[in-house]
Design a protein around this ligand. Structure first.
Ligand code: SF4
Length: 311
């Protein structure tokens, strides 16, 4: 029997519907830059960062961290309210590793973000598994009692060879343990994965989904690998060491992942976007809505949906 995914013709669980069901109306995220760095760049956990990470820490649309949070928030909110005048908002700390400060500084920052506006219904924080000490999880737990906390955790792949190649700087156990600790406190976990990493094949990407199905996660963001200017990945790409996925390949693999994914997991993203000025390849990712439409079209053509092959 076909699963119930109500967002128009979508055949997967959308973030938009999930938030509307939870809060009663549209919720949009407001990216904020808290001036974080990353332990995988500064030598604490690794040097140089993940090979695809842009100088902005994969937060290319984020505001200047030197601007007060209030100013960052108002600028983005003003733009988004034109599109959704009656929406709630959720501050979103995205760039770099957003739990990589002492717990006192995190408390101050998160508390400030949560009081920027009375329309705020929660907080979204993107981080790494190795930047989540017990006391930081205690803080998130305490905030989660008062509001809604969504913790985004990068995984990218379960293949240890790929993880070493892309210089992730943590292993799968670190990721799994972090998911377990967050779920023990009832904090929602949204995982990031990347399709098209160098030398990965379809089996690798499907294995990543199978592993996630074995964990208690609430959301997933699927990205295509972006080759950005001034990254080690750019050098590898220019040397022709690996091939990027075509749009058709990406769509095909992503649909297969959706078919295998636990139907309870909310799909927050099915493709990423990057600023045109710093994106080297693949050019097709710039047309995000075309990619989304192609995914929808293929799901309809195959008459399939999220979780059809799960369990
Ligand atoms: S963990 Fe995130 S911020 Fe840190 S190097 Fe990797 S992609 Fe960049």
């Amino acid at each position: 029997m076909r699963a119930m995914f109500t967002h128009r013709e979508k055949r997967y669980r959308t973030l938009s519907d999930t938030m509307k069901n939870r809060f009663g109306k549209k919720v949009f995220k407001v990216p904020l830059n808290g001036g974080f760095t990353c332990p995988n760049k500064d030598g604490t956990k690794g040097e140089g960062g993940c090979i695809y990470c842009s100088p902005s820490g994969s937060g290319d649309f984020n505001a200047d961290y030197r601007l007060p949070l209030e100013k960052q928030y108002e600028t983005v909110k003003k733009k988004l309210l034109k599109k959704w005048p009656d929406a709630y908002t959720m501050p979103y700390f995205q760039a770099n590793t957003n739990t990589y400060k002492p717990v006192g500084a995190l408390r101050k920052l998160f508390e400030e973000a949560l009081t920027l506006d009375e329309n705020i219904v929660g907080l979204s924080v993107a981080t790494r598994c190795d930047a989540l000490s017990e006391e930081k999880i205690d803080l998130l737990d305490e905030l989660n009692d008062r509001t809604y906390i969504q913790l985004e955790l990068g995984l990218q792949t379960v293949n240890p060879r790929t993880a070493a190649l892309i210089n992730r700087g943590h292993d799968l156990k670190c990721f799994d343990d972090a998911v377990g600790k967050l779920r023990k406190r009832g904090i929602d976990v949204v995982v990031h994965i990347i399709n098209g990493l160098p030398f990965e094949n379809e089996d690798d990407m499907l294995r990543t989904i199978e592993h996630l199905n074995s964990l208690d996660i609430q959301g997933l963001k699927i990205h295509m690998l972006h080759v950005m200017k001034h990254t080690p990945l750019e050098d590898m790409y220019q040397e022709g060491i690996f091939k990027l996925l075509t749009r058709a390949e990406y769509v095909d693999i992503t649909v297969k992942q959706i078919e295998r994914l636990n139907p309870d997991v909310v799909l927050h993203r099915l493709t990423g976007d990057a600023p045109k000025e710093t994106l080297i390849a693949p050019a097709w990712t710039a047309k995000k809505f075309v990619v989304m439409n192609e995914i929808d079209k293929l799901l309809r053509k195959k008459d399939t949906y999220q979780g059809i092959y799960h369990g």
